[in-house]
Write a protein that binds this ligand. Structure first.
Ligand code: PHE
Length: 515
């Protein structure tokens, strides 16, 4: 902004300068009624940065009355009110009558106790209350009135006592003492904010006053786009995968056939995961094509694969006795919203089976994906019907279960998660399978952080992978580490229509706690 605008801040600087001619030092109260502390300080800083004034900030404590203190200032202390009510009743009053006369139970009760202590009141023989003296001095009210007027009291003990009784509170007030500075003048010179071509051409720059740069000014907040926390954590986990030599799988297909989502993974067609309560089925179109090549370069024999999957389920193959049930092609061709990204892993491993490494066999490979999956679950604080899965697959010759555990240690270690515990588990497509747990300091218990295993030969051999190739697989949700990282306990604060935009804009860049 140019220096010579006529805004309210112009007014304020000008008022400060004019007031200084009549008194130096100047106390801030002069400008205070119309200017907030912040505006006043801004105006002073503006003048001080041009050496037109110097100033210091004075901080002092001020006592102000709480509502109860105000009441006492107006009507007298509780004990004085009790005394006054009794003084007027020559016969004395029952407690009930006294309450009625005062109109407030608490005031009556508190005031009664204090008035007894002061010996202002006493009890009659028939149990009534009466005044015990002709006149009293209401010291509390006197103190409160002094504070109301002077905002302090000469006796610190009085202040402390009234504060303890919650009749007053002490608050800080700031004021400024302002002096003329070496470049004091009554007007702020017109200040240029830009050096323009015209100023250079006319030479006016030589005599212009330039506005000093304020290097400490904070930029205005921009309402720009922001990265979602899930995106930030996803980014970090992706980096870890790349660092460990993984290749990213293309996950751009939310809709899969039952074949890829279940059958290729040796999930039997009666498995509860395939129920309507767990899986979303697509109604239009309801069925998929049979798996087939979609490009001329794809020379894989899909018919053979289809038959292998049927056989391994129905009658057994590749050394397995199978599940021994009539396998239904229709069931396999139903379209579903994918329930896990393992459907993608299956397709990628099927492609791996057709690749030839240096020795003519499929080469070792590492793949990962991080994307959305869908489950027909009832939504609550920790479950949504859709979430994100982080999934990794490692294919190599001569892999062992111990190697999978070591890999998990390294992988999660890079995310700052240590001391893993493994628990035997069951997945239709892996054997052995292990749930992965880690100790959560905050919750003080073991929490499940992932699921893993070695893919079964029923799945791998059907694809045509060599029988001595072993494949590790593991999965975890992206939401869990994100919620831990950002301290969120309800998943709906993270994902969906209830998320606060401000939360998305203001939250920090994530750093998984690495040492
Ligand atoms: N698909 C599993 C899940 O949904 C994760 C997993 C992937 C387990 C690969 C083992 C192997 O939790």
């Amino acid at each position: 902004m140019a220096g010579a605008t006529n805004g309210p801040s112009e007014d304020l600087t000008s008022r400060i300068l004019h007031s200084l001619t009549s008194s130096d030092p100047l106390l801030s109260e002069i400008a205070a009624p119309h200017a907030s502390f912040v505006e006043l300080k801004a105006a002073l800083d503006r003048l001080a940065s041009r050496s037109m004034v110097t100033y210091e900030t004075i901080e002092k404590d001020e006592a102000v009355l709480e509502p109860e203190g105000e009441q006492i200032a107006a009507n007298g202390s509780h004990e004085a009110r009790v005394f006054e009510a009794l003084r007027q009743a020559v016969e004395g009053l029952t407690v009930h009558e006294l309450e009625k006369a005062i109109g407030d139970k608490t005031i009556t009760k508190v005031g009664q106790g204090k008035a007894f202590k002061e010996k202002w009141i006493s009890k009659t023989k028939d149990g009534k209350l009466k005044a015990a003296t002709d006149a009293i001095q209401d010291v509390t009210r006197e103190h409160v009135l002094i504070i109301k007027e002077k905002k302090t009291h000469p006796d610190p003990k009085v202040l402390a006592d009234l504060k303890k009784r919650k009749l007053i509170k002490i608050q800080k007030v700031f004021s400024f003492r302002v002096h003329k500075g070496p470049k004091f003048a009554l007007e702020l010179a017109k200040e240029e904010t830009d050096l323009t071509a015209e100023m250079l051409a006319s030479g006016s720059w030589k005599t212009s006053t330039f506005k000093p740069y304020n290097f400490r000014a904070l930029g205005a907040d921009q309402s720009s786009g922001a990265l979602h926390p899930l995106n930030k954590v996803r980014h970090e986990i992706r980096q870890i995968f790349f660092e460990m030599g993984f290749e990213e799988m293309a996950t751009d297909r939310f809709v899969e056939s039952g074949f890829w989502n279940f059958d290729t993974l040796f999930v039997p067609q009666q498995h509860p995961a395939r129920d309507l309560q767990d899986t979303f089925y697509i109604s239009d179109p309801a069925t998929a094509h049979k798996p087939r090549a979609t490009s001329p370069d794809d020379k894989r024999d899909y018919e053979q694969y289809w038959e292998n999957v049927r056989a391994v389920h129905e009658s057994g193959k590749f050394g397995s006795i199978g599940y021994r049930y009539p396998w239904s092609p229709d069931e396999s061709l139903r379209l579903v919203l994918r329930t896990h990204t393992t459907a993608i892993s299956a397709a990628v491993l099927h492609r791996l089976a057709s690749l030839q490494g240096p020795n003519g066999r499929p080469p070792p490979a590492r793949y990962f994906s991080i994307d959305r999956v869908f489950r027909n679950e009832s939504v609550d604080a920790t479950h949504l019907a859709e979430f994100h899965q982080v999934e990794g697959v490692i294919a190599d010759y001569g892999l062992t279960l111990g190697g999978l555990m070591e890999f998990m240690d390294i992988f999660f270690g890079k995310m700052g998660i240590r001391n893993l515990k493994f628990k035997p588990a069951y997945n239709p497509y892996t054997e052995p399978s292990m749930e992965i747990f880690s100790w959560h300091e905050g919750l003080n218990k073991l929490v499940e952080i992932g699921n893993s295993g070695m893919f079964r030969p029923e799945m791998l051999c059907a694809m045509g992978l060599p029988s001595d190739m072993r494949v590790y697989g593991f999965g975890l949700s992206l939401e869990r580490p994100t919620m831990i990282k950002y301290g969120i306990s309800n998943i709906r604060e993270l994902l969906g229509h209830k998320v606060h935009l401000e939360f998305i804009q203001k939250n920090p860049a994530v750093r998984l706690d690495k040492e």
